[in-house]
Design a protein around this ligand. Sequence first.
Ligand code: UD1
Ligand code: UDP
Length: 384
Amino acid sequence: MEQLKVMTIFGTRPEAIKMAPLVKKLKKDDNINCIVTVTAQHREMLDQVLDLFEIKTDYDLDIMSDQQTLVDITVNVLKNLETVLNKEEPDLVLVHGDTTTTFIGALSSFYKQIDIGHVEAGLRTGNKYSPYPEEMNRHLTGVLTDLNFAPTINNKHNLLKENVDENKIFVTGNTVIDAIQEIVKENYKFDNEKLKDVDFDNNKVILLTAHRRENLGEGLTGIFKAVNDIIKSNRDAEVVFPVHLNPKVRKTAYKHLGDNKKVHLIEPLGYLEFANLMNKSYLIMTDSGGIQEEAPGLGKPVLVLRDTTERQEAIQAGTVKKVGVNREKIFKEADLLLNNKQEYLKMAEAINPYGDGKAVARIIDYILFHYKIKGVKPEPFQVD
Ligand code: UD1
Ligand code: UDP
């Protein structure tokens, strides 16, 4: 039988982490010829993930430029993908999530009338500019998509509200749970020299990440001032901040936190080190999307440094709290978790609404069912 030609297209760190387990399993499936195309919207941060999961790319568009604009990414991905898609003519393209690579990957495939599968479909805040431009990227991708792989039932309902045909939606769990289960080890020892200086035994270690476009400037300033306030009031608190490579983030981070001895500003960590750092931290403060899905599975409370979130499941479960970017509000919530054991334990109860580690298998089984290669429709993911 002829193999189904499936091309995965991704380009940034979070897409790579969440697509890695899928790529590895697609490559092993005899029914599928898997072609890996990366846009390299990120360079170093993408390569860290490709190296860790030992993924060999078939096409690398290498488009990243310093301080790239949304238009730069859009134009360069669109132009370069045309050549690759013309040459390979896949049966199905798989994109992930909500980056500009995602949307333009879908748009390029639509222009060639190639089927599109959207992994991590159906996340919504309902606010066009928050997160920006991700809310529109996933919405626009959704409009073009033939197979929606929704991580949760809530995500499926978002799509149904937009009149997406129910037969085009399949609930899978999030592939990030498949990825992290492979990576976190209880007796893990860090390689990174700077992490060896952190006193995990005696201090309460706060892991911080921040990079969102809508937080650049004022938002980041509010966050970083709050971090200094937290350190001033809590002698046993220490902060680790792997700083995103975006020069705008770096400038503000070093300006406000560079002189604070209890704040470790370090380079972005490989996923192996980062996931295990999450597991050893007391509290996580972040504006990241993916971390809101990973941390609940590790029983770590998260303060979300954003005004909106598309990850409502963890908020409902109580392990994640949305605090925005206001200095006083962030300080108040972090200070509470550092000093009130009961409040801390309420949030740290380990629940995981996002997956069971089998999302990748479900996605592939569904693809094989959809293209009539296998006769049995797989069962969707359900939270126990
Ligand atoms: C992008 C995604 C965002 C995702 C984030 C994950 C868009 C519009 N944004 O945002 O949804 O949450 O990735 O981190 O798709 N840089 C490097 N090396 C790298 C990566 C970035 O130097 O490996 C620098 C470059 O100067 C680049 C800048 O960071 O121009 C910004 O990168 P970009 O992909 O445009 O935006 P992110 O904020 O990373
Ligand atoms: N991450 C990592 N190294 C770091 C910071 C984050 O490997 O130094 C991982 C993290 O575990 C999560 C993903 O990168 O899986 C989140 O990426 P990011 O915050 O850049 O993007 P978002 O999820 O907000 O789109």
